[in-house]
Design a protein around this ligand. Structure first.
Ligand code: ATP
Ligand code: MG
Length: 453
């Protein structure tokens, strides 16, 4: 029931917990105060009773001195003594009772024996003992009225403070919870907008609290990456369409020409059509490969082999593409570096890096290929002094179908899948691939693979 009445939000919960903590501390505080006061009162009352006993003895002595006899003394002090709760019996030095005043309470039968305290004091007049007085405190009032009033006042103030504190705590907790929940609500708003596909929204009010700051940064980052993912998806579909359209329209127009009898179906023509078909099927293979990578289904057949030898052979096989562009190829291959890897897949990666360097570097450019070991890794670098990649393009080059602005403006013939595949293959080998590039100056790719020592 109570649970249902309390709203299930941070605001209510903060207020409730603040108030219960405040109430608990007030209760503990007031119990402690009451115990302390009552205990100290006991001591205080004993002390004041002792002082009172002395006062009564002095009063008797002084009154006796003035009046000179016990009867007058008795009638003078009887009234005030009776009202105070003290009873006295005065005996002369021989032990005869000369005066007796019973307290009002004992007369009324209210005296409580357990609380009665008695003391015998000498009555001294002019330095001489004239009698002894037994003073009895009947103890019906362990605390006098004033003491009670004090305790009552203390508790009244505690009650007042409690009410004030609750009011104050309530206001503070409302403020604190509002302060805390505002950024969370902001984030929730942004999150639901993101959910609805509005990828441009961001959390604008950056909170100061560390946890909320992390949450805000995460949601803003999510927004940014959803936006770029969305853009990439659109671009990717466009790119697939584009990549398929070019060879298909070539095929279509050439086949039409042959059907219409415009072209002879010569061996060369059919061979060139065949090349287009191969290009298409390679593209489909690449897309398929990437999807396998995506769903973590890439088969890697690892075996120990000599990476130095593989690179040397690839460089010989691909030398012609560099020669054709008058590019100078500098090789620096450390011997006998062994890795435990999928040789065919690694070859794909290296061929893509070599053909990229070749494609994106002009006539007469320089291409450097290095292999060396560094710690636990085999390091392969492929650098060129070609067209380079702009800062804006750099974060996206591993995205499928992504081609830099500059490489798209001139047709370099790639489809933008090579590096996505390379990255996935290197990752599957627990390696890394990194790029450094400056637009119009050159590019350097660095691949690191665990050595097989
Ligand atoms: P594919 O390799 O699928 O035939 P591609 O070479 O265009 O096509 P990637 O190898 O993935 O695709 O490269 C992606 C993009 O990165 C390239 O289109 C190009 O814009 C840029 N790029 C890659 N290597 C270099 C390089 N060495 N110099 C300049 N730009 C490069
Ligand atoms: Mg490529």
């Amino acid at each position: 029931m109570v649970k249902k009445m309390i709203k299930n939000d941070i605001r209510t919960k903060t207020a409730a917990s603040f108030i219960s903590i405040a109430l608990l501390s007030i209760v503990v505080f007031s119990i402690t105060i009451n115990i302390l006061i009552i205990n100290n009162f006991g001591i205080y009352i004993k002390q004041s009773a002792n002082a009172e006993f002395d006062n009564i003895a002095t009063l008797i002595a002084e009154t006796y001195k003035e009046t000179g006899n016990w009867d007058d003394t008795s009638s003078r002090i009887a009234h005030s003594l009776m009202m105070s709760g003290y009873g006295i019996v005065v005996r002369d030095l021989k032990g005869n009772e000369v005066m007796k005043i019973a307290s009002m309470f004992s007369m009324m039968g209210l005296a409580n024996n357990s609380k009665t305290s008695t003391k015998t004091l000498p009555v001294v007049v002019d330095g001489k003992k004239v009698a002894y007085v037994d003073i009895t405190y009947t103890g019906t009032m362990p605390m006098n009225k004033l003491d009670y009033k004090f305790l009552y006042d203390v508790n009244k103030y505690i009650a007042l403070i409690t009410i004030l504190t609750i009011a104050l705590v309530f206001i503070i907790s409302l403020y604190v919870s509002k302060y805390l929940t505002k950024p969370i609500l902001n984030i929730a708003k942004v999150a639901s907008k993101l959910e609805n596909g509005d990828y441009d929204v961001r959390v604008e009010d950056i909170p100061k609290e560390e946890e909320l700051l992390t949450l805000t940064a995460a949601i803003n980052h999510l927004g940014a990456s959803l936006k770029s993912q969305g853009m990439l998806r659109v671009q990717m579909t466009q790119n697939i369409a584009h990549e398929l359209r070019t060879p298909l329209s070539t095929l279509k127009s050439h086949l039409e020409a042959i059907i219409d009898g415009v072209w002879e179906p010569s061996k060369e023509r059919i061979e060139s059509l065949y090349e287009e078909v191969v290009r298409l099927s390679n593209l489909i293979n690449d897309i398929e490969l990437l999807n396998k990578i995506e769903i973590d289904n890439l088969k890697i057949n690892k075996a120990r082999f000599n990476l130095s030898e593989l690179i040397k052979i690839l460089l010989i096989n691909y030398e012609s593409i560099f020669v054709n562009k008058n590019q100078h190829l500098e090789k620096n291959i450390e011997d006998d570096i062994f890795v435990n890897a999928d040789k065919d897949r690694l070859s794909e990666v290296l061929i893509n890096l070599l053909t990229n360097a070749n494609k994106y570097t002009g006539e007469g450019g320089n291409i450097k290929v290095r292999l060396y070991s560094e710690g636990q890794y085999a390091v392969i670098t492929v650098s060129d002094n070609g067209i380079g990649i702009s800062k804006e393009d750099l974060p996206f080059i591993y995205e499928r179908f992504y081609r830099s602005e500059k490489s798209r403006s001139r047709d370099y013939g790639g489809s933008g899948l090579g590096l996505s595949i390379a990255k996935a293959i290197i990752k599957a080998h627990n390696g890394t691939i990194n790029v450094e590039s400056i637009l119009n100056e050159g590019t350097k790719f660095t691949v690191k693979l665990p050595l097989d020592l």
